[in-house]
Design a protein around this ligand. Sequence first.
Ligand SMILES: C[S@@+](CC[C@H](N)C(=O)[O-])C[C@H]1O[C@@H](n2cnc3c(N)ncnc32)[C@H](O)[C@@H]1O
Length: 376
Amino acid sequence: MPVKGDVPWKRDEHTGAKHDIYRRYLERWFPILLNRRSKPWPSVTYAEGFSGPGIYSGGEFGSPIVAIKALTSQVPADKGVARFIFVDDDKRCTDLLNETLIRAFPKRPRSEDAMPVKVVTGTCKDHLEAALDGMHAWGKPIFANLDSWGNAPIPYRLLKRLATNVSSEVIVTFFPQHFVRFVSDMGEAGDELFGGDPTWRTVTDLAPAAKSRHILTCYRQTLKTAGFKYLLDFELVPRHGQPLYLVFGTGHPLGVQKMKDSLWEVDPVQGVGFRDPRDEQAETLFDIDEPILGPLTRLLERKLRENGPTSVQDLRTFTLFETVYRPEHVIRSLGPLLERGIIRTEDDRPLKIRSLVRHTSTPSDPRAEAAADAPS
Ligand SMILES: C[S@@+](CC[C@H](N)C(=O)[O-])C[C@H]1O[C@@H](n2cnc3c(N)ncnc32)[C@H](O)[C@@H]1O
């Protein structure tokens, strides 16, 4: 879907925050793989399926330049090979990207052998996998940035292949309203984006407030089914305009940890908040320095109500892998529940990482209840 208006276009509010996240993450990803002490990879690939022109009308650089700078600023030139693949189906974008690469790097920061760069005009669907094949990227780590306009025209087969490739990760930009709006036009043809699963189309039966969340849950499930063991998803919410959903998939828990660190370090002056897509009240964290913990309190309360007694340590793991928050937020978020008598610690002592916590509406040991309910 070529760009409707002019190329380049004005960078919007959440794009700045999105680039900040990419940069912070890639500044970790490249050195962890190429420059670690023990068994560094000889090569890695950074690939984009929707690269854009590499620059915005205000002169800010786009994601391809952000990615190359992340490599060159963090990894010495003699440490392995980093391949870059940029695919976009608008020729104006790929032409301008070629020009922008020269403008951003007048002197090549690495030799052609140490840093091959391929710019391809064509759709992600038809060209990204072929470009990865052509550059012999498989069998080595790949980071795929799939930043479409939010309609995510990404073949499920590509997601599956990435999920099963060694140390590979994906970040997808997703705009749920697109699917809510066009569900009847897309019909069964849309199922392919969800790995053939038609569940997303039940969105038509839902109340307006539940529609976006349903689509997000389905897409998250798509990445899980494709084989990404760990996911981190969140919404970027600008003060004006539509929120954008990002979902990151990785096979390694360290990936989630580093992505979450990158997220929480984002420059707060970007004027963009984060939202946990699972929060029923859709409360946004606008000030990351003083995070709003209400959504995490609600998620933990629900988890304790549904799962029975749980250790704070397990709640920290849940928080890391299943929410937008950090493990360090757990004890503070449980505080209000404890004060209101909604939860208690098993030993009635103050909360610690080792505490076992239970919801006061559930029995202290679900096994005891099961035993009581069992026919004698
Ligand atoms: C959101 S912009 C990319 C922005 C860029 N990643 C950045 O952060 O600087 C989306 C790009 O996808 C391109 N595009 C749209 N549909 C496409 C498709 N099916 N295959 C490849 N590129 C596509 C558009 O031309 C546009 O440049």
